[in-house]
Design a protein. Sequence first.
Length: 109
Amino acid sequence: MSEKGIPVEKMLRMCYINSLTGAGGHDSREGEALMAEYELVYEIKNLCRNNQMRDVFFEEVECDDPEAYLRGRLKGKNVEFSTEKGAGGSVTIHAVADGLIQKYVFTPV
């Protein structure tokens, strides 16, 4: 369950439906409210010696709860989260997933 009481599976299904239909965050079949749109920047720390570069990826996601979205995305892995709320509604989540250090920054679009 997310902090808002919505099952994670339902939130992921809503994100998936929105990505297919381009419904702008609204699925008329479910009667759900608009979901927030975020630019997601995520970094994966490179653990290889003599390589200090990070892998950095960018994408746009629609979800109501960034932490629940991330829990669904990393499902099946041993994950530890640290969440920070920033100015303007941004959310930074530091995750350690199966020993791999990752940083996710959700910025409202």
